[in-house]
Design a protein around this ligand. Structure first.
Ligand code: ADP
Length: 192
């Protein structure tokens, strides 16, 4: 299996790049943000709970997120691999993912970290809010909160993978295809 973690702050392009990569490698794209939004749209219990955090720009509690992620992974029969997008977002989630994959006889091959300057991120989120209708993109205070949660809780996840020599930083500014090509080069180097 080829399991990749796509990492980066809100607006870095994780979703866009995941979509470019999944078909090429036959991977399953698991975006915790997309799964939460699907549940919010369908007004499930999970959705109601997640909404109360997401609307404030906070993380959904680890236990809830981890249970959801595990059940999504377990739904797939004979997967070729996964792109984890938006997960892990805390060091605890990263530790749990390692042991969960180990139980399945597999591991994270690498973390693709998309690097984008903060001013550019704010501009992208402002534009995305216009088309996406996402409440958490529309309000500058919520965006600021998400960026600070990212810096405090999520950035340490990078250190976690760096210690395992699995961190691959990719410049997330440029054309979509240029960035995809850089990611493909990195993935090819992981397969050796
Ligand atoms: P972003 O564009 O901010 O990267 P996502 O679509 O990945 O957004 O996630 C939207 C929101 O869903 C996050 O701000 C957070 O509240 C919640 N969320 C997504 N993934 C996780 C996770 N792994 N752990 C906790 N909360 C999460």
């Amino acid at each position: 299996m080829l399991n990749l973690v796509f990492f980066g702050p809100p607006g870095a392009g994780k979703g866009t790049q995941s979509a470019q990569i999944i078909n090429r490698y036959g991977l399953v794209h698991l975006s915790t943000g997309d799964i939460f939004r699907y549940n919010i749209g369908n007004k499930t219990e999970l959705g109601k709970l997640a909404k109360s955090y997401i609307d404030k720009g906070q993380l959904v509690p680890d236990e809830v997120t981890i249970n959801m992620l595990k059940s999504e992974v377990n739904k797939i029969e004979n997967p070729k691999g996964f792109i984890f997008d938006g997960f892990p977002r805390t060091t605890f989630q990263a530790e749990v993912l390692d042991s969960f994959l180990e139980e399945k006889g597999t591991k994270v091959a690498g973390m693709i970290s998309l690097e984008v300057p903060e001013a550019e991120l704010k501009e992208r989120l402002r534009k995305r809010a216009i088309d996406s209708g996402r409440a958490d993109d529309a309000n500058p205070e919520i965006i600021a909160n998400r960026i600070s949660v990212y810096n405090n809780e999520t950035a340490p996840v990078k250190v976690f993978y760096d210690k395992q020599e699995k961190l691959h930083a990719i410049k997330g500014v440029g054309s979509i295809d240029e960035i995809t090509n850089d990611i493909i080069k990195t993935i090819e180097s992981l397969k050796d």
